[in-house]
Design a binder for this molecule. Structure first.
Ligand SMILES: Cc1ncc(COP(=O)(O)O)c(C=O)c1O
Length: 272
């Protein structure tokens, strides 16, 4: 594990470096990205930095210079072999204890850690709490992720590795850290961004590289889909073999084709 904070590469990730007044810590006022890297090279970094800028702008924070963020990412990857995940976090920085912001400038932290492996297929569980597609943070990748923590814990209790949210009108939305796709009569469908889901980098690339339709539908659509799969930076494309109590063929033939396209295209272009 390596960490870089506000321009300094740390000698230990355990050394305290942030103010106890950091607005990311006190109220979850910040944005983050999880980026995959192989052999020291980050994947789709340009897209991740663009989304970081969108998230910060949506929060009303000024995005730091891209070059500086790239410097931090390079610092935690330099000389690090193997598959890593890089966590890039930008918060509002030190602030008063309430919801109002301070004026000390942002905190920028970049940490690298081993990526870990996901199996080719997994189980998911729908949860009863809605994603608010009309909320101020809708579509932003903010550090206010405690709703995801609660939902994921519930999915894990049910034996799954991901929780699936509907939105406030009952339409399928997304997972806690992944976008969801399903297959019906050969057609691959994923919810639109209007559902409140995050504009996943993996989702966007699957939409570009494969024949996928964006359409909103009630979350129950998962109960009679032929196949279901997840897409995210750490999972890539992952088949779903159980959704709530229903077993599914996974990875089904359509999912397997999407996985193959993903592997080939992602290997061919490190910054698509
Ligand atoms: C809520 C949410 N949806 C979807 C995704 C998938 O996005 P990406 O493909 O950019 O990793 C993530 C990523 O962590 C996420 O946090």
């Amino acid at each position: 594990m390596r960490a870089w904070v506000n321009g300094d590469l740390l000698d230990s990730v355990d050394r305290p470096v942030l103010s106890v007044l950091d607005h990311g810590l006190t109220v979850g006022d910040g944005a983050f990205e999880t980026i995959k890297a192989t052999g020291g090279v980050p994947f789709a970094l340009t897209r991740h930095l663009a989304r970081m800028a969108r998230s910060l702008t949506g929060l009303g924070l000024t995005p730091p210079d891209d070059g500086w963020l790239r410097e931090g990412v390079a610092a935690v990857l330099d000389g690090e072999p193997g598959d890593l995940r890089v966590r890039l976090t930008v918060t509002g920085g030190p602030a008063p204890l309430g919801s109002e912001r301070g004026d000390s400038g942002p905190t920028v932290a970049v940490v690298s850690a081993p990526l870990g492996d996901w199996p080719a297929t997994t189980a998911v569980s729908t949860v009863p709490w809605p994603r608010n597609e009309r909320g101020a943070l809708s579509g932003l990748k903010t550090t206010s992720y405690a709703e995801n923590v609660v939902a994921l814990a519930r999915a894990k209790q049910a034996g799954g590795s991901e929780a699936i949210f509907a939105n406030t009108v009952g339409d399928l939305c997304e997972g806690t850290g992944s976008n969801v796709f399903y297959v019906r009569e050969g057609e691959v469908v994923t919810p639109t961004l209007a559902s409140g889901c995050l504009a996943g980098v993996t989702r966007a690339l699957v939409l570009e590289w494969c024949d996928v339709v964006e359409r909103d539908a009630p979350v129950d659509v998962l109960a009679d889909s032929d196949e279901v799969f997840l897409a995210s930076t750490t999972r890539d494309v992952q088949g779903v073999h159980r959704c709530d109590r229903r077993d599914l063929d996974a990875p089904g033939p359509v999912t397997a084709r999407v996985m193959k396209v993903w592997e080939e295209r992602a290997a061919a272009d490190i910054d698509p």
